[in-house]
Design a protein around this ligand. Sequence first.
Ligand SMILES: [Zn+2]
Ligand SMILES: [Zn+2]
Length: 137
Amino acid sequence: MPMTAFPLTGGCHCGQLRYTVRAEPLNVMVCHCDSCKKVTGQPFFARAVFPANAVEIRGEVAHYPSSSEITRRFCPICGSTVFAQRRTMLDRISVTLGSLDDPGAVPPTGHMFTGRMVGWLRLDDGLPRHVEFPPPA
Ligand SMILES: [Zn+2]
Ligand SMILES: [Zn+2]
């Protein structure tokens, strides 16, 4: 596996929202839940969770409560989904892998909510799969 160069940088499509990450991810998961599908407009959602104090954010961020627990954070101009946060764990923040300047910088460590995975998707990455949430880390 290639070494990841820190800090990581990323941002939204239009570029007004930018961020810098100065820590290793706590976990990197691909989520197949229905909420993530709708919010991203994609069949699954890949994100890395970092300690919130390691992520420096510049620019305007809009937010939307996609469930009783999760707040999605996105660019109010171009609509790119950039962050998500669990409201009971504000010391962590999820960063969308596609918003990274190097989207391959932090490879996934597992899949969750595979019980809701789209039928056409074939996975051969050998990563752990969880039907719903993974066991707490
Ligand atoms: Zn934008
Ligand atoms: Zn999800």
